[in-house]
Each structure stands twice: as structure tokens, then as C-alpha cells.
Design a protein around this ligand. Structure first.
Ligand code: F0G
Length: 478
């Protein structure tokens, strides 16, 4: 997927891998899709994969492994303590991130749990370019809170600013000055999940880290979505267009004190880890890993996954590999835009993000526009995305507290889906957009159960009417 030019056609993402193993898929009928929603509770988390064509819920733990990764899993060294696999992964971390210590944990939120327990105390405030649910929960559990430092452009859904995940550096500096002593660390999320997978520029991260050093706070990088962000630095940030992915990674890694990641995203496997140089903090966190995760040379991960991460991290340094996700996402966004479908721009990493407030402006907040749209997309396509809006956020004064965005994310797991599958999704979502007035709201079935994994239902019979329209337009096609 490097810089390919075409003779006779519009540009499209070209796969730089071939398929070795396939998983057969089916598309459930539109009648079955409606039935499945009523059975499972109008919540895409609750659908099961036998009722799905494309699973675009998330990129977490569902990226395709390479033949080299699968091969590496066979040499995994099963040992409770001190395995050769741990040594190999630590050496890979040292090679790529130049950090001396590596603590494996079972996934990203476990890194956040260890870091919060080790670094956050009552009354502390953690600044970050944007919040992520799992991070914030761990910080709050230790008596801390968080402050969003995102640049203004970050919350504009349609924009041509290349790095909407950037810190507002002035805001950050006055915050660090005012709260000196209450800020154990700053968290950088690169890329930024909840604002549409938007990247943050390397120079912006380096400047934010310099401020931290000045005001005595550690700089912690959440590298879960780093692979897409590296691609965007290379292709959108003029100063680094001639730098290699390894050089960019190293410049960033050398600046920050601690790097953690969900290996369900970074590294094409499942697991997570914390990388650092400070021996005192390492010892402190290690005690928590031993207590909550597993012995600190496996930390709750299977050693096979650890071997796969080792190879996956190397793949992450390959521009052809890391361009696949963002190019596929840009392609899907572009196809949708041709039909006027409102998407977050510029396209970011992780997935294509649809602006629900513009798609279904007639659905009020209290009836969850993004959650409703995710259900309607399932009826239209047999495929699921994820509500990225107000269902699971705290509410204040009858409105979602941070509900600046109400999105449906069609995640694009890396190396999994093809260009034709993206075109299918664009076709079905474009059809839905034509019939958006048929989409209605949803509501929780019970006042006691109002979490993102709980049951909801349609406010009226709109799902049946949408399915009838589908039959009229598509005949006996699924
Ligand atoms: N940080 C970021 C930026 C993430 O996107 C995630 C997970 C985590 C941390 C937590 O990692 O799931 O391994 O515990 N994001 C997933 C998603 C859940 O679907 O966006 P985890």
C-alpha cells in the first residue's frame, strides 16, 4: 500500500499481503437482523457473530495475524517465571522503544490500573489530550481526576486540520503552572480514540513533554493506537516526511518517561505492557503486576501471544503494513462522502466515524442518536459498528456530560477486510442515508440497567418499517 499510482482508475487501497487462512461468512436476511435486534436488546455489543456479516465493532484483539506471527507462537517458552519468551519481548521493547524495563499485563486497561495504583493519589489531576473510558475509571478509583487539554479544532467533526488530537499547549502550560504538585503525570493518547481516531503531531507531543519536564510531571504515552498515528506523522507532518518509522518512534519514545499499550491494538495480538527506564517506579508497578495480573514475566498473558507481539511490533515499524488501516478507512470515508453521508474528517485511524447528529438529526439525545443509527446500520448491512456517544457517559442537566460527539464507529480491523467489503458497507450505509427519516430512537428497557452492555429497545416499530423498505428496494437480496 505504499505510494502506488494507477493508470486507468481512481486510487484505491492496495493490499500488501495475501490471504493464507479464511473464515467463511454469511449475511443474515434483513428479517433475521430485525429479529436479532429484538432478541439481543438493540445494542451492537450484544449481537453475536453468527448474526453478523462484517464485524466492525472494534479493532481490539481482532486484527489479522501474519504467518510469521503464527509461526513464532510455536516457539513460545511456557514457564511460570523467567521464560525465554519474556526475554525476547523485553529485548524487542528495548530495540524499538529504548526502554530498559518491560512489564507485561493482560490488556491495556490493566496497564492503566497498574499506573494509577502506582502513581495517582487522592486529589491528583491527570491532564490528557482527550479522555478514554478505561483510563479515567482507573484514575478515579485511586482518588484522582482528569482534565482534557485538547485543541479547539479537535471537537470540530468536519475539518481539514491534520492533527486534531493535538494538545492546546497554552492551556496545558497554565494548568501545569496552577496545579504544580498535584500532577504526577500527563497522559498522551496517540491517536485519540473518542474524537474519531484523530492523530497528534510529533512536534506537539514533544512540546507537551517539555512542559511536563519544566513543571515536574512525568510524561506517559498511551501507545495503543500508535501504529496509525506513526503513519499520519510520516504522511502529514512535513518535518518528518523523510524520517523512517523507526526514527519517528524512537524520537517520541526517548522523550516520554513511560509507554504503555494495549497489544489488542498495537502489535496485532492480545495483551498489553508498560515500558520504562525508572527502576524505582518499575519496582513499584511490578509489585502490582504480581498481585493483580500474574508473575511479572508473563503478567496474565499467554506466552504465545507474547511471541506474536514481538513479531507484530516489528510489523508496526513497516510503512506498508501500517498504511493499510488508515488508507482503508480513508477509502470508506471517501465512498460515503460521495453519497453525502456525514463522516468525521479528515479520516483518522481505527475506523470510519459517522456523525449521528447530522445523519439522524430528528432523534433526540435521550433516544441515543448514535446507538439508534448503529442498530439501523445493522438492519441495512447485517454488519455492526459501535456507538461512540452518550449511552455510557455520565449525564448532567439532562444532557451527556462530555457529549460533544455522537458518533457511530465502523472500525476497520487491520489486514482483515477487503476493498469490496468496504464498498458493500458504503453502499448499504448510503442506502440508509436515503431513508434516514425511517430511523427511530431507542431506550433502555430498565431504569436500573443503563450501561453500554445493557438491553435497549426501539421506541416504536421503526425497525420493521426500515426492513420493509429494504425489501422493496433490494427484492430478495440479502
Ligand atoms: N487506550 C486506548 C486509546 C484504547 O483505545 C483502548 C481500548 C485502551 C486504552 C484500553 O485497552 O481494551 O486492551 O483494555 N479501546 C478499545 C476500543 C476497547 O474498542 O476502542 P484494552
Amino acid at each position: 500500500m505504499a505510494n502506488i499510482k494507477f493508470f486507468n482508475t481512481e486510487s484505491f487501497p492496495l493490499e500488501m499481503h495475501k490471504v493464507c487462512t479464511v473464515q467463511q461468512l454469511t449475511i443474515p436476511s434483513v428479517e433475521r437482523r430485525v429479529e436479532a435486534l429484538y432478541e439481543t436488546g438493540f445494542n451492537s455489543y450484544r449481537l453475536t457473530t453468527d448474526d453478523l456479516y462484517l464485524d466492525m465493532l472494534t479493532d481490539s484483539g481482532v486484527n489479522a495475524m501474519s504467518n510469521e506471527q503464527l509461526a513464532s507462537m510455536l516457539r513460545a517458552d511456557e514457564a511460570y517465571a523467567g521464560s525465554a519468551t519474556y526475554k525476547r519481548l523485553s529485548a524487542k521493547i528495548k530495540e524499538i522503544f529504548n526502554k530498559d524495563y518491560f512489564l507485561p499485563v493482560h490488556q491495556g486497561r490493566a496497564c492503566e490500573n497498574m499506573l494509577a495504583r502506582g502513581l495517582v493519589k487522592e486529589g491528583d489531576i491527570i491532564p490528557m489530550n482527550f479522555f478514554f473510558g478505561s483510563t479515567v475509571n482507573q484514575i478515579k478509583q485511586c482518588g484522582g481526576t482528569f482534565r482534557i487539554m485538547l485543541c479547539d479544532e479537535g471537537l470540530k467533526l468536519q475539518s481539514d486540520v491534520p492533527f486534531k488530537g493535538n494538545f492546546d499547549l497554552e492551556k496545558l502550560e497554565s494548568f501545569l503552572k496552577a496545579e504544580r504538585g498535584r500532577v504526577p503525570f500527563m497522559r498522551i493518547e496517540a491517536g485519540t480514540n473518542l474524537i474519531g481516531g484523530q492523530p497528534i503531531a510529533l512536534d506537539n507531543m514533544l512540546a507537551a513533554v517539555r512542559l511536563c519536564k519544566e513543571y515536574g510531571a512525568l510524561a506517559v504515552l498511551d501507545a495503543s493506537l500508535l501504529q496509525d498515528n506513526l503513519y499520519f506523522i510520516k504522511t502529514r507532518e512535513e518535518a518528518y516526511k523523510n524520517a523512517s518509522i523507526r526514527e519517528i518512534t524512537r524520537k517520541l519514545a526517548d522523550a516520554v518517561d513511560i509507554i504503555y499499550f494495549s497489544a489488542r491494538k498495537l502489535g496485532f495480538a492480545r495483551g498489553g505492557g508498560i515500558c520504562l527506564n525508572d527502576s524505582e517506579i518499575y519496582e513499584r508497578l511490578k509489585a502490582f503486576v504480581a498481585r493483580f495480573e500474574g508473575f511479572p514475566t508473563y503478567g496474565g498473558m499467554s506466552v504465545r501471544e507474547m511471541e506474536a507481539i514481538c513479531v507484530g511490533l516489528d510489523d508496526t515499524m513497516n510503512e506498508d503494513v501500517i498504511s493499510q488501516g488508515p488508507q482503508m478507512i480513508a477509502f470508506l470515508c471517501g465512498e460515503l462522502q460521495k453519497h453525502g453521508v456525514p463522516v468525521v474528517t479528515p479520516p483518522g485511524g481505527l475506523g470510519c466515524h459517522i456523525d449521528a447528529m447530522k445523519f439522524v438529526p430528528h432523534i433526540p439525545y435521550e433516544q441515543y442518536p448514535a446507538g439508534s443509527l448503529a442498530c439501523a446500520i445493522y438492519i441495512a448491512s447485517g454488519s455492526r459498528g459501535m456507538e461512540r456517544g452518550c449511552i455510557d457517559e455520565p449525564w448532567e442537566d439532562g444532557k451527556p456530560a462530555y457529549g460533544a460527539m455522537e458518533l457511530v464507529r465502523l472500525a476497520v480491523p487491520r489486514r482483515v477486510y477487503t476493498v469490496s467489503q468496504m464498498r458493500y458497507m458504503a453502499d448499504r450505509v448510503a442506502w440508509l442515508y436515503e431513508h434516514r427519516d425511517l430511523i427511530g430512537g431507542i431506550k433502555f428497557e430498565s431504569e436500573q440497567h443503563k450501561n453500554f452492555f445493557d438491553r435497549l429497545t426501539a421506541v416504536n416499530d421503526w425497525p420493521y418499517r426500515l426492513a420493509e423498505q429494504f425489501r422493496r428496494d433490494f427484492g430478495d437480496s440479502v
